[in-house]
Design a protein around this ligand. Structure first.
Ligand SMILES: [Fe+2]
Ligand SMILES: [Fe+2]
Length: 359
C-alpha cells in the first residue's frame, strides 16, 4: 500500500522538489540594495573592530560542524500528519531565510570586492556560513522526502530594495534574533531531551554562534556610521525595524504553535523570551529599544494575531470572488494598521539612559 498519510500534501515542481511557499508579508524576504552607495561607505572609524571580527570569521570555527552524522540515518516517517507538515514548513522557512542571507551577502561581496574590500571580505565570509546553514536545512528536508530548488527560488522570488542604512538595521536584527531563536530552542532541548525529536536541533549551539558573529559584524559596521544611530531619524527607524521584526516573528510563530508544541515549547512564551533577549541585545547599539513589558505591547500583538486569523479564514473561502474577499478583509487590514501604530507610539526606552547597567 502506498503510504500517502505520511507524506503531507505539498505541491511539487518535480518529484521531491517542493513548490516554494507563497510569498506573503510574513514570509522571509529577499533583499537588494544600492551597491554604489554601499561601496562608498567609509568604515575606517571602526576598522580595528571590523578587522578583529574578520579574523574570527577566518578562523572558521564551524568548518566541520555541518556534517550529517549517523543520528540522521533512520526513517523519519514516524513524524507524520500535521507535525510532519509543520516540520517541513519550519525547515523550508528556515532554509529560505538562510538562503536569502547567503544571496544578499554573496552579491555584496562580489560587488564591493574592489571598491570596499574590508566590507566585501566580511560579506563573503558570512555568505560562506549562510550557504552551509541553508544547505544543511535543505538536506534535512530530504529526510522528509522534499527539498527546495534554490536556483529556482533565486529567480522566482521578488526582491525588496532597502537603502544601505536599512539593510544594516534589518540584517543586524535578523542575525541577532536568529541567534536568540536557535539558542533558546537548543537550551530548552538540552534540558528536555525527550522533546528533541529530530537531530538538527543538536546543531543549533555552534550554529547560533555564526549568527551571533554576523550580528557583531553589523554592530561594528553601524558603529562606524554614527549617522545611522545617533540622530532623531535613526531613533525613529530603529523603533520601526525592531517592531517590524518582532511583530512578524510573533504573527508567524503563533500561527504555527503546533510546531513549537511538537518540541515541547509554548510558541508565545518562546517568542516573548526571544523578543526580550533580542531587544536587550539591540540596546547595545540602537539608540532606543522597545518597551516590550508595556501592558499594551502583547495586547496589541494579540489583536493582530486575531486579525490575521480572520484574513486567513477569508482567504480559505473557496467560492468567494476575489474582489469580495478584498472588501471582507478591509476591516482586519485597517485594524492591523491601527494596532501597529499604537505599538509604534508606545514610549520607547532610551538606551543612552541605560549606560552602565547590565544589558
Ligand atoms: Fe545563518
Ligand atoms: Fe547569519
Amino acid at each position: 500500500m502506498v503510504n500517502t498519510l505520511k507524506k503531507p500534501e505539498f505541491d511539487e515542481i518535480r518529484e521531491g522538489v517542493k513548490v516554494p511557499a507563497k510569498e506573503t508579508i510574513l514570509t522571509p524576504r529577499f533583499y537588494t540594495t544600492d551597491f554604489d552607495e554601499m561601496a562608498k561607505m567609509d568604515v575606517s572609524l571602526n576598522e580595528d573592530e571590523l578587522r578583529a571580527l574578520l579574523a574570527e570569521f577566518k578562523a572558521d570555527y564551524n568548518q566541520k560542524h555541518f556534517v550529517r552524522d549517523e543520528r540522521f540515518d533512520q526513517s523519519w516517517d514516524h513524524i507524520d500528519g500535521e507535525t510532519r507538515r509543520l516540520f517541513i514548513e519550519f525547515l523550508e522557512r528556515s532554509c529560505t531565510a538562510e538562503f536569502s542571507g547567503f544571496l544578499l551577502y554573496k552579491e555584496l561581496g562580489r560587488r564591493l570586492k574592489d571598491k570596499n574590500p574590508l566590507l566585501a571580505e566580511g560579506f563573503n565570509l558570512m555568505s560562506r556560513d549562510e550557504a552551509r546553514h541553508a544547505g544543511f536545512l535543505n538536506k534535512a528536508m530530504t529526510d522528509f522526502k522534499l527539498s527546495l530548488d534554490l536556483g529556482f527560488l533565486t529567480k522566482s522570488r521578488s526582491y525588496t530594495f532597502f537603502k544601505p542604512k536599512f539593510i544594516f538595521y534589518a540584517t543586524y536584527l535578523s542575525e541577532k534574533i536568529g541567534y536568540w531563536r536557535y539558542i533558546t530552542i537548543y537550551r530548552h532541548l538540552e534540558k528536555n531531551p525527550q522533546d528533541c525529536i529530530y537531530p538538527i536541533f543538536k546543531f543549533f549551539e555552534n550554529w547560533c554562534q555564526d549568527e551571533n558573529r554576523h550580528g557583531d559584524f553589523f554592530d561594528a559596521v553601524l558603529k562606524s556610521q554614527p549617522d545611522f544611530i545617533n540622530n532623531l531619524k535613526s531613533r525613529l527607524w530603529c523603533r520601526f525595524f525592531l517592531l517590524s521584526v518582532f511583530a512578524t516573528m510573533y504573527l508567524n510563530d503563533t500561527q504555527r504553535s503546533g510546531f513549537y508544541e511538537s518540541i515541547g515549547l509554548d510558541a508565545r512564551e518562546y517568542d516573548k523570551e526571544v523578543i526580550e533577549k533580542t531587544n536587550d541585545t539591540a540596546g547595545r547599539i540602537f539608540p532606543v529599544i522597545l518597551d516590550v513589558n508595556h501592558p499594551k505591547f502583547y495586547a496589541c500583538l494579540e489583536h493582530c494575531v486575531a486579525n490575521n486569523e480572520k484574513l486567513r479564514a477569508i482567504d480559505a473561502q473557496e467560492n468567494t470572488p476575489q474582489a469580495l474577499k478584498i472588501l471582507q478583509k478591509l476591516p482586519a487590514f485597517l485594524n492591523n494598521g491601527i494596532q501597529f501604530l499604537q505599538l509604534y507610539l508606545i514610549k520607547p526606552i532610551n538606551t543612552a539612559q541605560l549606560e552602565g547597567s547590565i544589558r
